[in-house]
Design a protein around this ligand. Structure first.
Ligand SMILES: [Zn+2]
Length: 450
């Protein structure tokens, strides 16, 4: 059996509607068969137990028939909002006040000192680190500060294009430049169009930071529509309840027939404004067909800096957006940079912080969180053939956990990541894959097949 032919038995699929164990086959990097099992299968001696592979990449590459012993398989995570170009810049760019505005100013001041090679190295490192935790597709925003000079702004664009090409089929990347704001010159508008011509996947920006947000939003929609590109905007990342650019973004989305092509991120001010107005805006987001991304760790770090005593969490109204059935993803945002000194690109950790921030702890909540890092962002990114289903690409992560609850309580270090049926990464530590004799069979019988 070639490495591209895969056959797994005794697999738990936490996103499946059906309980129990599954048998899965893939050929040529695509799933060909996914069948619920009646019982725990014993294999016929040709299946390698997952625990015996513990972190051994060479054996994993050779093994096409694997007994997963009840452990979990999830589709490759989709991180819908990162800033790979800024990742790991913390040692060069500080942020004494811990505010969003100082982070923006300090990064802007340092940007001319970063070479294209520096930026390329950071993008590559952050993308591969995310891959090691199970992320196989990323949408990254890119610094595109034309006021630092066109040559400086394009260093990031070229660096990102090179890494996107290099990592294609390993970690797929969508690139969204953060379009500058405030009274653009013709030369700056030309530069935005040049970036799109070079292959940007869509248009980003942060119009709530502008003195002229409405005209900036007008321009972004006009340009995106001309190029047929989706829009993904930082929206109202502020504790100030009067920041409501999302309402105008929704208006423009209706005008351009762009509802399904617009994503709004952060929406922190929704939590600061009165509930009636917030409900109105959430209703408009839903009616317009906008998607949203929440980024709780970074919000909790940057927002609420003016508060004392009870410090607000800074996150959006996560529960209300979910209740309104707005497609809402969780994502990493920044990694070890002036915006956020922590983070590794592990969406399970982001999920755990989200669970704390939004009081999500029930089984239904944890299932919703898993969807917020897989199926929902896959929809936002417009991925086709995503998920563990026949005919779809075999992009998946095997996780050292038997129950969905374990994902968020244990944050298992044991992860093995495949893309298009190829094993790309497995934890090098001897993780709990090697913790034998947990009496798995009995646990499977109890939890899976009862
Ligand atoms: Zn961001």
């Amino acid at each position: 059996m070639s490495a591209r032919e895969l056959h797994f038995i005794n697999v738990t699929l936490p996103l499946s509607d059906e309980r129990g164990l599954f048998e899965l086959k893939a050929v040529g990097g695509r799933w060909t068969s996914i069948v619920p099992q009646e019982t725990v299968l014993s294999g016929d001696g040709s299946f390698v137990p997952m625990s015996a592979l513990a972190g051994e990449m060479s054996r994993l590459k050779a093994a096409g028939r694997i007994d997963l012993q009840g452990y979990m398989m999830l589709p490759g995570f989709v991180d819908a909002h990162m800033h790979l170009d800024k990742a790991y810049s913390l040692s060069q760019v500080g942020n004494a006040s811990g505010t969003l505005l100082e982070a923006i100013a300090n990064y802007g001041a340092a940007a001319p000192s970063f070479s294209k090679e520096d930026i390329r190295g950071r993008i590559r490192k952050a993308a591969l680190r995310a891959l090691s935790y199970g992320t196989t597709t990323i949408r990254t925003h890119l610094d595109f500060r034309l006021r630092s000079g066109i040559e400086v702004a394009f260093r990031t664009i070229y660096a990102a294009l090179e890494v996107r090409e290099e990592l294609k089929g390993i970690v797929d990347m969508q690139l969204f430049p953060m379009c500058p704001y405030d009274r653009l010159t013709t030369a700056e508008q030309d530069a935005i169009e040049e970036a799109l011509r070079l292959g940007m996947d869509g248009m980003g920006g942060a119009p709530h930071l502008s003195e002229t947000p409405e005209s900036d939003i007008d321009r972004i929609f006009a340009t995106a529509a001309r190029w047929g590109k989706p829009i993904d905007l930082h929206a109202d990342e502020s504790d100030d309840p009067s920041k409501q650019t999302v309402a105008y973004i929704a208006e423009k989305a209706v005008e351009y027939g762009y509802g399904g092509k617009v994503t709004v991120d952060h929406l922190c001010s929704l939590s600061a404004m009165d509930t009636r107005r917030a409900e109105e805006i959430i209703g408009r987001i839903k009616a317009t067909g906008l998607s949203a991304v929440t980024l709780p760790p970074v919000n909790m770090y940057l927002q609420g800096r003016g508060d004392s005593g009870l410090i607000r969490r800074g996150t959006t109204r996560i529960r209300e957006l979910l209740d309104a059935q707005v497609p809402l993803a969780v994502a990493s945002d920044n990694i070890q940079d002036p915006f956020h000194p922590f983070g590794q690109g592990d969406l399970l950790k982001i999920g755990l912080v989200t669970a704390y921030a939004a009081h999500m702890g029930s089984s239904a909540d944890l299932h919703a969180l898993l969807r917020m890092m897989t199926e929902v962002p896959a929809g936002i990114l417009g991925l086709t053939g995503y998920g563990i289903a026949e005919g779809h690409s075999a992009d998946f992560v095997l996780i050292d956990a038997l129950r969905a609850d374990d994902l968020f309580t244990e944050l298992p270090v044991g992860r093995t990541v495949y893309k298009q049926g190829r094993p790309l990464y497995t934890s090098v530590q001897q993780s709990a894959w090697g913790l034998e004799e947990l009496d798995r069979t009995e646990e499977q019988a109890q939890y899976r097949l009862a």
